[in-house]
Structure formats: structure tokens, C-alpha cells
Design a protein around this ligand. Structure first.
Ligand code: NAP
Length: 248
């Protein structure tokens, strides 16, 4: 069924998004690889997918910018077809900021990625999904909202807002055959975590029942399940991919 569908993964030039793009392409989805500035890295992801027999193309766009999202929608539709699987994954920096130093602009910076961008992208592709009576919206949240990490309230609250969008949109869009879910990874080492001290991993792993760090492929597998036909009766849910570190 997946070769009828086009999946857009925001922020797929590296990290978790790259694995999601490769996994969805391997399952037969035509894949739109979005990135902000890492053109060469995004092209390398596309080239690997194409070499493996998949279909993919790269699309530069700042997904927090309204006109850029409008142009992105038009470009993908022209190249690959209309998007009906939307994976809201892109993130900017997530600085640790204690409350005394926290500005409203710090809050807004996180809300741009985790509320504004999901809204812009969902609005852009909703007409296609509604007209098909089929769609998948998959938000990439985080375990930080369940845990409530200190010194991270801008990021944590924006991730919580993403879960709120997921639940409300699931009820609003269910009647149109569109599912809306959130995948909540634990700490999954990606490129930006290179150089992390072993003792930091060891400290984190004390609370992970499965006893090892997860991989980007673990998160991509959960996304692929929700995008697939097997996930058709699942909506409004948070699926934690963190080795059991949190329940729910
Ligand atoms: N890795 C973890 O441990 C972890 C844990 C929990 C949740 N998460 C969540 O998983 C998602 C992916 O995280 P990650 O660790 O894979 O991040 P990452 O490695 O830092 O990758 C971020 C991606 O977002 C893109 N991006 C940045 N600004 C953008 C913009 N304005 N418009 C479009 N794309 C933009 C980047 O593209 P450029 O390279 O072009 O800048 C890059 O492809 C995020 O939502 C994050 O909150 C991650």
C-alpha cells in the first residue's frame, strides 16, 4: 500500500529524521527529505535511498516560516505527489536555561518548532488527506514531557504542547480517516551527541530497564508502524521509545 503514499519528514538531513526517511523509503513510501541548511547531508540521504531502490528527493525549507512551508508543499506535490504522511521531526537547538535567565523569546523559539511548524504543515497538507479520506500525522515528541527535566522548561513545555495538538487533532481528524500520534523517544545518541562522556550514558542507563541506549532505527521503526496499514486503528496516542524508562 505504501507506494501510493508520499511521506514528508521534516529535519531529515541527519539524526532521527535521516533514519525515518530511510526506513519509510524501504517500506515503499516516496520520501520528501526536508532540511534547513545541510544540503550535502540531505543529498547523501537521498542518494542512499535511491541506491537501495527507493524514491526520494530533497527539499530545503525553514519549516517555521509560513511562506517557506507554502512553497515546500507546492514543490513536493510537483516532484513526488501530494503528501499524506507527515512526520513532524525538525528541531532547532535545545539549550538548558534556568528560570531566572529564561526569556519569552526562548519559549517562542521552541514553540516555533513544536507548535507553529506542526500547524503550518498540517494546514498545508490537510486538504489532500481529507480528500483521500486517509492520512497520517506523526509528531516526534520526547520523554522529557513525562519526566519534566529541570532547566529545560521551554523545550519541555513545547513538547507537552505537541502532545496536546496530537490529542485534539486526533479527535478532530478521525472522522476523515486521518490518524494523529506522537512518538516520544528517550535519549537516542545521534551526531550532535558525539563526544558525550561514558559516565553520562551510564547515569541515564540506570533508569532504563532494557539496559542499553536506543538507536535512530528504533525510533524509525515506531514511526513506520504508525504510518503503515498495521497502525490504522491507533490515534491520539503517545508511543514511548525509551527502553521502558517511562510508562506512557
Ligand atoms: N536524539 C534524541 O535524543 C531525541 C530525544 C527525544 C526527542 N528527540 C526529538 O527528535 C527530533 C529529532 O531530533 P534529532 O536529535 O534527530 O535532531 P538533530 O540531529 O539535531 O537534527 C535536526 C534536524 O532538523 C533540521 N532543522 C533544523 N532547523 C530546521 C528548520 N528551521 N527547518 C527545517 N529543518 C530544520 C536539521 O537540518 P539542518 O541539518 O539542515 O540544520 C536536521 O535535519 C526532535 O523533534 C527532537 O526533539 C530527539
Amino acid at each position: 500500500m505504501s507506494d501510493d503514499h508520499v511521506a514528508l519528514i521534516t529535519g531529515a538531513s541527519r539524526g532521527l529524521g535521516r533514519a525515518m526517511a530511510e526506513t519509510l523509503a524501504a517500506q515503499g513510501f516516496r520520501v520528501a527529505i526536508n532540511y534547513a541548511s545541510s544540503h550535502d547531508a540531505a543529498c547523501a540521504v537521498r542518494d542512499r535511498i535511491v541506491a537501495a531502490g527507493g524514491r526520494a528527493e530533497v527539499f530545503a525549507a525553514d519549516v517555521t516560516d509560513e511562506s517557506a512551508v507554502t512553497e515546500l508543499g507546492a514543490a513536493i506535490t510537483e516532484t513526488l505527489g501530494p503528501v499524506d504522511v507527515l512526520v513532524l521531526n525538525a528541531t532547532g537547538p535545545q539549550p538548558a536555561i534556568p528560570i531566572e535567565d529564561l526569556e519569552w523569546s526562548d519559549m517562542l523559539q521552541q514553540l516555533e518548532f513544536f507548535v507553529k511548524s506542526p500547524l503550518l504543515l498540517t494546514r498545508a497538507f490537510l486538504p489532500t488527506m481529507k480528500s483521500r479520506g486517509w492520512g497520517r500525522i506523526i509528531q516526534i515528541g520526547s520523554e522529557v514531557f513525562t519526566i519534566g527535566n529541570a532547566n529545560s522548561s521551554a523545550y519541555v513545555s513545547a513538547k507537552g504542547a505537541q502532545l496536546g495538538l496530537t490529542r485534539s487533532w486526533a479527535r478532530e481528524l478521525g472522522p476523515y480517516g486521518i490518524t494523529v500520534n506522537l512518538v516520544a523517544p528517550g535519549w537516542i545518541p545521534v551526531e550532535r551527541h558525539e563526544g558525550t562522556a561514558e559516565e553520562d550514558f551510564a547515569g541515564y542507563l540506570r533508569d532504563v530497564p532494557l539496559g542499553h541506549m536506543g538507536t535512530a532505527d528504533d525510533v524509525a521503526g515506531a514511526v513506520a508502524y504508525l504510518a503503515s496499514d498495521a497502525g490504522r486503528f491507533v490515534t491520539g496516542q503517545q508511543l514511548s521509545v525509551n527502553g521502558g524508562r517511562t510508562f506512557g
